[in-house]
Design a protein around this ligand. Structure first.
Ligand SMILES: CSCC[C@H](NC=O)C(=O)O
Ligand SMILES: [Zn+2]
Ligand SMILES: [Zn+2]
Length: 421
């Protein structure tokens, strides 16, 4: 049908803009989003907290500006792709004969950003009028930590003035027919451990070489990794509920024009790890493990964090969005998804990091949700794709959610009575 062709074409147009880190074409993306905002008669602002990194803030004003508003967040950047390893070029948005759209960002998360807009297009066409204001933010730099994007945004006076009640942000594809939904996320700790030791002849067996010192740590880290992974494999814990540790790099050896010197034991060696810490984890116990077992001074080792985000708030409480009846937005979401003939899975902890952490740190409820069911999880992978039917279904789901959120009267209001919730 013609109507759907236009929707898919707009999605493809957004996907074709190369916003891959480390050189995203942010202005092309901004221009595209602005053209959409104008065609929908939304209010808009281009915020440039950092030069060259525009953040677009769109608004559909509600009829009662005193009520807390809704923020629909998405990031405009994507991770790089290796074009030669893809079956279709990553910025072609190729639609294959099965209806799959191949592109970097098709799952993470240009789909969501545009689904918000398409849902609003449908609501406007149906003459729906929001009670609460709806904001949409298209933010830069999520894939590199969000420091020049969501972090600056949430620190700004403009952000405080939005009077937000709820934020929606990204989730993950689901391989079954229930959408995944997230109420918290693990915190990234990027750890570099360094070993020093006496250099020596490559033939000599001696204690305390830098390599031996580092390898002892690596063995210990791998035992810990296995213990955590075993909990997941045995079904005792979900992916987001254990500490993950993966080696990101290894750096050691004495370079030579033909590679590395083979008969010299180096005096320095280091390794880097991507560690993800669940919100409820004992952060000080983990830090003790790092300093006592993984990088002990007694073994000539030192460590440094390239990133150490805490999953706790100022009072030491894990930063989580409440998922019981005390959070009306949660019940409204479940109900709205069901109204669109879809289902939500059990709330989970997001295994990686998203901009949602900045919103939650501000004390706002934030829900991670990307409506992609029966879809392989391909974010950051080769051949990332989304089925067009799944994309269109997601628009209906957001239409239902936005309608429910924007109409929510609030505690005491007629639509928040017990039987409604
Ligand atoms: C630590 S900031 C990096 C954020 C990134 N987000 C998505 O993949 C991640 O690695 O989880
Ligand atoms: Zn993302
Ligand atoms: Zn990503």
């Amino acid at each position: 049908e013609r109507k759907y062709d236009d929707i898919i074409s707009r999605f493809q147009e957004y996907l074709r803009i190369n916003t891959a880190q480390p050189n995203p074409d942010y202005f092309a993306a901004a221009e595209f989003i602005l053209s959409q905002a104008k065609s929908l008669s939304l209010e808009f602002q281009v915020l440039e907290f950092v030069k060259g990194k525009p953040l677009l803030l769109l608004k559909w004003p509600g009829s009662d500006p005193t009520l807390p508003s809704i923020l629909l967040n998405s990031h405009t950047d994507v991770v790089p792709a290796e074009p030669l390893k893809w079956s279709h070029p990553p910025f072609s948005a190729h639609l294959d004969s099965h209806g799959r759209i191949f592109a970097r960002g098709s799952q993470d998360m240009k789909c969501v950003g545009l689904q918000y807009l398409e849902a609003i297009r449908r609501l406007k066409a149906s003459s729906f009028r929001p009670l609460r204001s709806i904001y949409l933010s298209f933010v830069p730099d999520e894939e590199i930590g969000g420091h020049d994007g969501a972090e600056k945004f949430t620190d700004s006076d403009i952000f405080s003035s939005l009077n937000l009640g709820i934020v929606l942000d990204e989730g993950l594809a689901s391989t079954n027919d229930k959408y995944r939904v997230f109420y918290g996320e693990r915190s990234p700790w990027w750890l570099v451990i360094k070993a020093t030791g006496a250099p020596g002849h490559g033939s000599k067996l001696y204690d305390n070489s830098a390599m031996e010192n580092l390898l002892k740590s690596i063995e210990s880290i791998r035992r810990f990794r296995a213990s955590q992974f075993d909990l997941v494999k045995a079904g005792f814990r979900a992916e987001g509920e254990v500490v993950s540790v993966n080696m990101a790099f290894l750096k050691a050896g004495t370079p030579s024009p033909t590679g590395f010197v083979m008969n010299l034991q180096p005096s320095e060696a280091e390794a880097g790890f991507d560690i993800r810490v669940p919100p409820a984890a004992d952060e000080s116990a983990l830090e003790r493990r790092i300093s006592e077992e993984w990088a002990p001074f007694s073994r000539n080792m030192s460590f440094e964090f390239k990133q150490r985000v805490s999953g706790r708030d100022g009072t030491g409480k894990p930063v989580l969005t409440v998922t019981d009846l005390s959070n009306p937005w949660w019940a409204l979401l479940e109900e709205a998804v069901e109204k669109a003939n879809a289902k939500l899975g059990k709330p989970e902890i997001f295994p990686a990091s998203t901009d949602a952490r900045y919103f939650r740190q501000r004390g706002l409820p934030a829900i991670g949700f990307s409506p992609m069911a029966n879809t392989p999880i391909l974010l950051h992978d080769h051949n990332e794709f989304l089925d067009q039917a799944e994309y269109l279904k997601g628009i209906e789901v957001y239409e239902s959610i936005i309608k429910a959120y924007a109409s929510y009267v609030g505690p005491g209001g007629k639509e928040s009575s017990k039987d409604e919730l």
